[in-house]
Design a protein around this ligand. Structure first.
Ligand code: BGC
Length: 410
């Protein structure tokens, strides 16, 4: 329901020329991928002689005979609920059966869940890893069973079983957060003025977390080096500021300690650079309960979680980096269809699919320890109180209630 509504709303706001692209992003693109793959297969005697690709083309013709296994990390972090339902809806809209699992942020459980999906003979796996280092063995079984694996949003490390990575430009997420802070405080023209900042990063088991942190840190480094930005806690290493499992209360407790140790003497905190919304939520709670100052602390985030958007409306959080996971699901579907057709997708998938969102094909950034994993990277967007309606409501991703709060379209 949600994707259809989003498509309808997106289409309604688009020019006639874009309408074709809009339709193709959620519908005919996959059909055209299938059609062109079928044509390719028919045209190539070599391919016709190749049992594997003949089988792939044959089975894909009847998607109702195929099952997609989707392994998501947890329902307790909001975005994965949206990812799971968008992905399910995308694949089902093309007639595929879907088995969707959530593993309660427990790596052992995710291993079991994926084993179960393999035992159920799924035709393709879409996996967002809880611990990127802990899936090598189970994915080796997937490879042995000939099941293609798409590493979804988080790069799965140390396995040659994954064929593609699909995500947002993770380093840019952090860069946008850092640049937002630099712009808000006009750091380039700060002169002798100094500002206090504290960092909160994500889960060390999540390969994305260092990308987010490095993107933000690298952007602010010139100001840290110049002394314009000061970190009173001295905690500037990823390992010092990381948050296991991206957990809200873990982030809150760490920040309460920081406030108690370094700010209780009246030192002003200007910025809490948080890598995502679940950690920003905890940091905001800590500031509300334990910060003595009365200034508005700049707080960054990522995802557009409902509670954080409410905090942005209420002026408690300053920004979030929004990643349209509905589009990530559309791209995943088209990539999966191409793989199931026995194709080897490359940059041309982007044009061929006619997506109405930006995406780059990257063959240099993401090495998972077994080599570079070809990646499709979507583009994140800064959302503040000022552009929230335009970016989130007018695009159909969220609705706005009478009190001005946003709710994701489910
Ligand atoms: C995702 C973020 C999310 C975080 C915690 C990361 O891998 O890219 O969007 O905030 O996990 O769920």
């Amino acid at each position: 329901m949600n994707k259809k509504l989003i498509s309808a709303m997106l289409c309604a706001t688009m020019a006639a020329g874009m309408l074709a692209g809009c339709g193709s992003s959620s519908g005919s693109s996959s059909a055209s991928s299938v059609a062109s793959a079928t044509a390719d297969t028919a045209a190539s005697t070599e391919a016709a002689a190749d049992t594997a690709s003949t089988e792939a083309a044959g089975t894909t013709a009847d998607s109702s005979q195929m099952t997609i296994g989707i392994s998501m990390p947890t329902k307790s972090l909001e975005r994965w609920n949206r990812d799971g339902s968008y992905l399910k809806e995308q694949f089902e809209s093309k007639g595929y059966n879907v088995e969707l699992t959530y593993s309660d942020n427990k790596s052992a459980q995710q291993n079991n869940d994926i084993e179960g999906l393999i035992a159920d003979n799924v035709d393709l796996l879409v996996v967002a890893a809880i611990d990127g280092e802990a899936l090598s063995q189970v994915l080796a079984s997937a490879k042995e069973a000939g099941i293609p694996v798409i590493s979804y949003d988080r790069l799965i490390m140390n396995t040659d079983a994954i064929s593609y990575y699909i995500s947002f430009d993770n380093y840019t997420v952090g860069k946008l957060q850092g640049q937002f802070v630099a712009d808000q405080l006009d750091l380039a023209n700060a002169g002798d003025k100094t500002y206090n900042i504290e960092f909160t990063a994500g889960d060390p088991a999540d390969n994305n977390a260092t990308y987010f942190f490095n993107g933000a840190y690298d952007t602010l480094k010139p100001y840290l080096d110049a002394g314009t930005l000061v970190v009173p806690s001295g905690q500037t290493e990823f390992d010092q500021v990381a948050t296991a499992q991206w957990d809200t209360s873990t982030a809150m407790k760490r920040f309460q300690n920081i406030l108690g140790s370094y700010y209780s003497d009246g030192t002003q905190l200007d910025v809490a650079l948080c890598s995502n919304d679940s950690t920003a939520l905890g940091v905001t709670q800590a500031i509300e309960s334990d910060y003595a100052g009365s200034n508005q602390v700049i707080i960054t985030g990522q995802d557009g979680d409902e509670a954080n958007l409410a905090n942005i409306v209420d002026g408690k959080q300053t920004m979030t980096v929004y990643k349209a996971v509905a589009n990530e699901a559309v791209a995943t579907l088209d990539l999966a269809v191409a793989l199931l057709n026995g194709e080897t997708p490359d940059a041309s998938l982007i044009d061929k699919s006619g997506w109405d969102f930006d995406c780059t094909y990257d063959t240099s950034s993401y090495d998972n320890g077994t080599g570079i994993i070809p990646s499709y990277l979507l583009v994140p967007t800064v959302v503040t109180k000022d552009n929230m309606d335009a970016e989130l409501v007018d695009t159909g991703y969220y609705t706005k209630d009478a009190d001005g709060y946003l709710h994701p379209v489910e």
